[in-house]
Design a protein around this ligand. Structure first.
Ligand SMILES: C[S@@+](CC[C@H](N)C(=O)[O-])C[C@H]1O[C@@H](n2cnc3c(N)ncnc32)[C@H](O)[C@@H]1O
Length: 322
């Protein structure tokens, strides 16, 4: 047993404190698969290179870059682009020398040096879902903040929500019709983190890709879950597991919100399999094309990565080019 803390505080220490989960050597890829890793990351990187061209960006910044998996794929695909990774750890040893790296405080905090970005595409793949937020529960018809024991994960009801969190809920996730016991993940911390990131850009495009929900499909029991070594575990904020909750994407200030599948199709990602004829004439090329088609299919799968929300914001230019 330990002193119960508001979920948002316990969550932040568990992921980004001195012994935080995301500071561990194995990195996110040691615990779960994302669209930025392996063959999927290669296809995603090519698509992002195309997006950078379309948006007139000559530099790509990856916020929440893990161990630089996506940037390494991007470097292989696009030697001409400037690349910068931002994450809470020191520069990964295997990162190609010409990729810059900034160390970040983590969660809603961003490094001071990330500022005045120009002609840039900023990408945040699965960042906002790990920005800790207030977790609330309906008790006696009103929302209270949930407290959590950082050692056991046991939850207790805390005080009524603060004014800003309460106003966000009233606007985006009202509790009026929710039964006692229903949970609400208050998106204000994500909205502010997103605004902060967008505010670092003078001219460019910012894209967040994440698990999301909108007013019509909020998760009634909340979506806070934990992963350790590829397995779903109880959400205990003890630094031993990832803690993630889906993002209320409709409360983020954005120019467009679309699905990842639609966004990637628009960038030319195509899951068509190569012709078997190719296997005879160019077996290695055939296998590479098959692997690529399979990765593209995973990225486009509406029940998986294709169902992610792509939230985009353009800064300092006239319009969002589609
Ligand atoms: C779910 S992982 C995703 C990693 C990678 N983008 C991918 O898709 O494989 C979230 C990553 O965001 C990083 N992160 C969290 N808050 C951050 C912040 N404020 N600045 C930079 N990185 C952050 C974590 O350390 C972690 O590496």
């Amino acid at each position: 047993m330990a002193e119960p803390l508001p979920w948002r505080d316990a969550w932040h220490v568990a992921l980004y404190g001195p012994e935080g989960f995301y500071r561990a050597a194995d990195g996110p890829a040691g615990h779960f698969a994302t669209a930025a890793q392996g063959p999927l990351g290669e296809v995603l990187a090519e698509a992002l290179g195309g997006l950078a061209d379309r948006e007139g960006a000559v530099h790509v910044v990856d916020v929440g870059a893990g161990r630089g998996e996506l940037l390494t794929a991007l470097r292989a695909a696009r030697p001409d682009l400037g690349l910068t990774g931002v994450d809470v750890v020191e520069r990964p040893g295997a990162l190609p020398d010409d990729i810059a790296w900034l160390r970040s405080p983590g969660g809603a905090g961003l490094p001071g040096a990330l500022t005045d970005l120009e002609d840039v595409l900023v990408v945040a793949n699965e960042w906002l879902d790990v920005v800790p937020c207030t977790v609330a529960r309906v008790e006696g018809g009103r929302l209270v903040a949930l407290l959590v024991d950082p050692v056991t994960g046991a939850e207790t009801p805390g005080p009524p929500l603060g004014a800003d969190d309460a106003a966000w809920c009233a606007a985006h996730w009202p509790a009026d019709d929710l039964p006692d016991g229903a949970r609400v993940e208050v998106g204000l911390a994500r909205d502010r983190a997103w605004d902060d990131l967008v505010g670092r850009v003078r001219r460019g495009t910012v894209v967040a890709a994440d698990y999301g929900h909108t007013r019509g499909n909020r998760p009634p029991g909340g979506s806070l879950v934990a992963y350790r070594a590829g397995t779903l575990v109880d959400p205990v904020p003890d630094g031993g597991c990832d803690l993630t909750a889906h993002v209320a994407v409709d409360s983020l200030t954005a120019d467009t919100v679309t699905t990842q599948a639609d966004a990637l199709r628009g960038l030319g990602v195509d899951a068509a399999r190569p012709s078997v004829e190719d296997a005879r004439t160019d077996p290695a090329g055939y296998l590479a094309a098959l692997s690529r088609a399979s990765a593209a299919a995973s990225l486009l799968d509406p029940r998986g990565f294709g169902g992610f929300a792509w939230v985009a914001r353009r800064v300092g230019a006239a319009d969002w080019r589609t």
